[in-house]
Write a protein that binds this ligand. Sequence first.
Ligand code: UD1
Ligand code: CA
Length: 478
Amino acid sequence: MSKEAGKSKRSTPKLAVVIMAAGKGTRLRSRRPKVLHEVGGKPLLSHVIATAGKLAEAEDIFAIIGHQAERVREAVSGTDVRFIEQKEQRGTGHAIQCAREAIGGYEHILVLSGDVPLIQADTLQHLMTLHLAEGASMTILTAVQEDPAGYGRIIRHSPDRAEVDAIVEQKALKPEQESVREINSGIYAFKVGPLLRHLDKLTNNNAHGEFYLTDMVALLHSAGEKVAALKAVNATEVLGVNTIAELAALDASIRAATANRLMAAGVTIFRPETCVIDAEVQVEPDTIIEPFVQLLGSTRIGTDCRIRSYSVIENCTLGNDVLVRQGCVLSESTVADGARIGPFAHLRPGSEIGQDAHVGNFVETKKAKLGKGAKANHLTYLGDAEVGAGTNIGAGVITCNYDGVHKHVTRIGQGSFIGSDSTLVAPIEIGDGAYIGAGSCITRNVPSGALAVGRSRQVTKEGWAAARRARREEEEQK
Ligand code: UD1
Ligand code: CA
């Protein structure tokens, strides 16, 4: 149901999304708030907010925060989510009680859990559609889990009943209920009127001494309100994260899905289970990714590339036919077609490596632009530098870009040759086709076509070693 489709109908009910994210996550045994733990390279809560943002009919998204609220608020400050504080975390029912004022103006709310990150927008849309069609006061998203341990169970007075009679938490299960594999996902649609009328009737008379939102089922039921349920088609979408092991399992399943998507589109990934690839990464067909590679953030890689083992590439754009050899770290940089990087190269932010350029062993670049076919093959630092097309940077060349206070730029023209172990003290310009003698310390500009040698002249004393030896022997005999 899109906003457009909604408008053409008589009226779209006013809907808000409420994400419960105030809990501490005791079972994670971590100082970090649970919803900021990451799967697939993003905090749990960010996944849920992103999904909520896809629901065109939701007018507002609220997050209920409490435990380390400031930290959570800051982590998702880039979104248009609005915050509700639950100062003391006295249970999921208490969380919604804290949202009473915020939700008062809506007809329906969709309640999501900050620790159920894989939920998909179309599943939520189905839940809302069923909720409205049934005229239910509460509609629960359920799922049949292979291993239901730890989840609240969906209890129906008779198995073929469409309506749910109660949700019973793990600790309160009667022996005959332990085998129920239909679980509560912690995701619900509510009609706001009946919810608010009965919300304060929740009690904390249970094993955890908490106010359970799940008890609304029985409360609404006894008030004659309809409680419906939708079984999720894909049970993994509603997996919750309560322990680090569950977190790691969920992360692995997200990574596997991403790798499978790329492989289905023609990308070769050897030992995909060892690679860490973020969901937004794009790779063109016929590129080969070797084991233990990480492709992160908004990285894009062209066709016919090879990314060798142990390289970590974050927020970079690589053209076609690029080779990244073993053990490279590339961040926020671009690499043009045919370039060769590594092994053990470090491209720091703002590096632009031109077509067919080479950046070799133990070379570090930062805000450095290498022209077409330029080469820096060994042991070099290029910071705040421009290197023209075809220029060769010898082994061990250093741009001295920092005077202790400011950063300065080094400009090197095309087709130049910078001899090994030279230091170029910026700000400095070296023209086209210039030569710098090996071991030079260059402090003044070098015009095009010139040779600059900035080192002391070599002194050779023939026979010096034998003379020294003779002197020492004489001294020892005294
Ligand atoms: C809850 C459900 C359970 C369901 C499971 C699905 C209850 C009582 N139980 O159990 O039936 O099967 O989710 O994953 O609701 N939160 C707050 N404030 C609080 C307490 C929790 O905002 O005072 C938030 C948490 O941060 C979390 C979510 O609510 O994001 C669920 O809380 P959690 O304690 O993890 O509930 P479960 O025991 O998993
Ligand atoms: Ca949970």
